[in-house]
Design a protein around this ligand. Sequence first.
Ligand SMILES: Nc1nc2c(ncn2[C@@H]2O[C@H](COP(=O)(O)OP(=O)(O)O)[C@@H](O)[C@H]2O)c(=O)[nH]1
Ligand SMILES: [Mg+2]
Length: 253
Amino acid sequence: MGKLIVVFVGPAGSGKSTLVAAYAKWLREGDIPVYTVSLDPAAETLPYEPDFDIRSIVDAREVARKYGLGPNGALVKAMEIMAERLLDIVGAIAGSDADYVLVDTPGQMEVFLFRDIAWKLSEALQKVSPETYALFVLDASVIHDPADYAFLAVLATAVQLRLGLITAPVLNKVDAAPDTRILGDITRDFGRVAKQLREAGNLYAEMLREMLRVLLKYNRSVAVPRVSAIKGEGIEELHRLVLEMGCGCGDLS
Ligand SMILES: Nc1nc2c(ncn2[C@@H]2O[C@H](COP(=O)(O)OP(=O)(O)O)[C@@H](O)[C@H]2O)c(=O)[nH]1
Ligand SMILES: [Mg+2]
């Protein structure tokens, strides 16, 4: 096979880095070669040892000192430097002979997604491998009701629009989620979500239902993997989703 590149995006603290660590460990245990990339110039510590670490090129703390910037300004500047040095990043990825490349993005999602680096990186990675996908990692505690499921689907679609990469949502921290049964129902059974939204009987619920119907029409995957990166649980399900994102063969179960 060619390379399969997975880019992890998501809000700060959703568990991107922990999930990269867990997925890389899982792949290695299955004797599957994997190359890990950290693109967080502000990372203090990482739960894995990246094969490529952006801090060898740009470190947010040094940028802050050098240019006299605060934390946000330093991050924005670091993103610009990263965009200029894109060839180094992408070259390292292209040069690795691993089947899987896991790309961990900056802790602060917005400095990545709202800057040129996001689409420039996506474009460059797609040239390395057409099988480049994104996972949108969210903390499972944000999901309480069907409207939240719609929120998740819309956010993942927004990321997909921005990156131009097929993007699937992943719910992390299920070990700490208040009620995984409700979570399971609404992430696995769109019929139930639609019914609950219909029963709500208001215009807003109606709008969400229509939005979901359209989104799901164009997105292959409905089941959202529920994982605990910290416990290494649900990684097999995540892996199935990653394989499914590319092959176009639908159900792999
Ligand atoms: N309970 C729980 N905590 C987690 C899980 N995954 C990550 N965390 C914790 O959430 C915090 C942020 O994780 P991190 O991977 O650094 O998030 P990132 O900013 O998205 O890279 C850390 O304290 C992690 O230990 C999980 O599955 N369950
Ligand atoms: Mg991180």
